[in-house]
Design a protein around this ligand. Structure first.
Ligand code: AMP
Ligand code: MG
Length: 405
């Protein structure tokens, strides 16, 4: 009995734990998930400073037309060498520390400057244009949750806190094996009946897209010796992915050899279309995916099942893509009984609402339909038809770190 899409995901995700933590240089952490919660040890800003170019003053001295003699000049990064005594002002630049005595900054635009004095054009509020120590971050604040993908904004925060090294999970190493007598290497001369192994490249690109390290094992032929050699090599990686050779026509050679090598199959069919003959096994802690051979099926099953597992291993907090509710442009029919993963073109209408339509022939032999798709829509197992205008769950292809995955 094939297990459901949802059960398969649950079984896969519960089989793995995050990889070991390593500390990497700040820039090398960009795009990866931080392994630990980040707690600020220092305030941001680190000291009270001016938010504008202008004059540091005491608000009580300021009325429209007041003339204040200048008691000093504070550029950003300059040394603190003055104070604001009653009835005086200090010229100050953005980012310079607020001099003792001052409780407000008047921007240049609200003053008239003469050589040794400044004339104020209006009233000044206490606290105006001052960035207070700790107003952004206080010591002890939990500023980044464990498992957050580090975008430029998080990198900025970590840099501000002085973190030159960042704890992240090790990049997952993924061995990728294509199987089949009909396959040839990308650059090998081929006869009319051989086809180029494209799955290796598609899967490697998908691994790399999320920050994993693909290791291409090449092509195993449809015989035990070839499979044994390549699969045992692949079991040295953190994760092994094979494609093809698991449907009935192939005598299930891949699974037989994996069995021999000590891989315990957890399940070997999922109630989805496409991608039904997707198997998942474990050798100790090493997950092994046997994906279908069709290029479209292998890419889609990677997207739905392998990707979340790899993200979990690399310590991401969010591993499943969010589902958007998108409006279907035209009716679709399907057979009841299997969840269908439909490749869809996604667009925004004039109201900014998501619209989806089939991206073309849904036959798994049609690669172009995958190229034309921006999303995958989930058509429920028990449904036979969806009407135009219905709202359907869709997730988008490609990376989107803003939402955490
Ligand atoms: P199989 O799962 O072995 O029945 O393969 C299903 C289809 O996918 C066949 O048409 C294969 O030729 C094709 N196929 C299998 N492996 C690859 C691959 N690595 N690259 C491109 N096409 C493949
Ligand atoms: Mg085959």
């Amino acid at each position: 009995m094939p297990i459901s899409y949802y059960q398969a995901r649950e079984r896969i995700l519960s089989a793995v734990e995050p990889l070991a933590v390593e500390k990497v240089l700040l820039l090398d952490a960009a795009g990866r998930a931080v392994a630990e919660e980040i707690i600020a040890r220092q305030p941001l800003p680190a000291f009270d400073n001016s938010a504008m170019d202008g004059y540091a003053v005491r608000a009580e001295d300021c009325s429209a037309g007041a003339v204040l003699p200048l008691a000093g000049y504070l550029p950003a990064g300059g040394e603190m060498n003055c104070r604001v005594a009653a009835g005086t002002a200090v010229k100050i630049m953005t980012g310079a520390p607020l001099p003792p005595g001052a409780d407000a900054v008047v921007p240049f635009e609200e003053t008239e400057e003469a050589p040794r004095q400044v004339t104020l054009l209006g009233l000044v509020k206490k606290g105006a244009h001052i960035r207070r120590q700790g107003e952004d971050v206080r010591p002890g604040d939990r500023v980044i949750e464990a498992g957050t993908v580090l975008r430029p904004s998080e990198i900025s925060l970590l840099a501000s806190l002085g973190m030159a090294l960042v704890p992240v999970r090790r990049r997952v190493q993924v061995a990728i094996l294509s199987t089949g007598d009909e396959l040839r290497e990308l650059d090998a001369p081929g006869g009319a009946e051989s086809i180029v192994d494209s799955n290796s490249w598609a899967l490697a690109a998908a691994v790399r897209e999320i920050g994993g390290v693909p290791r291409l094992l090449g092509i195993a032929r449809d015989n035990r010796e070839s499979l044994r050699e390549k699969l045992s090599d692949g079991l040295q990686a953190d994760v092994l992915i094979t494609s093809a050779g698991v449907s009935a026509g192939d005598r299930d050679l891949v699974r037989e050899v994996l069995d021999e090598l000590g891989v315990v199959q957890q399940f070997w069919k999922i109630n989805i279309k496409p991608g039904k003959p997707t198997a998942f096994g474990l050798k100790g802690k090493i997950p092994v995916f046997s994906l279908p051979g069709n290029p479209v099926s292998s890419m889609m099953t990677f997207e739905e099942f392998v990707r979340p597992l790899l993200l979990k291993m690399m310590g991401h907090r969010t591993v499943l893509k969010p589902l958007f509710r998108a409006r279907l442009q035209e009716a679709v029919s399907k057979k009841a009984g299997r969840l269908q993963l439909m490749r869809v073109a996604v667009a925004l209408d004039a109201q900014g609402e998501l619209q989806i339509a089939s991206s073309g022939d849904q036959n798994t032999g049609i690669l172009r339909t995958m190229v034309c798709a921006q999303g995958i829509a989930l058509l429920a197992a028990d449904r036979e038809r969806y009407e135009a205008g219905e709202k359907i769950d869709v997730h988008l292809l490609g990376a989107a770190t803003a939402l955490g995955y």
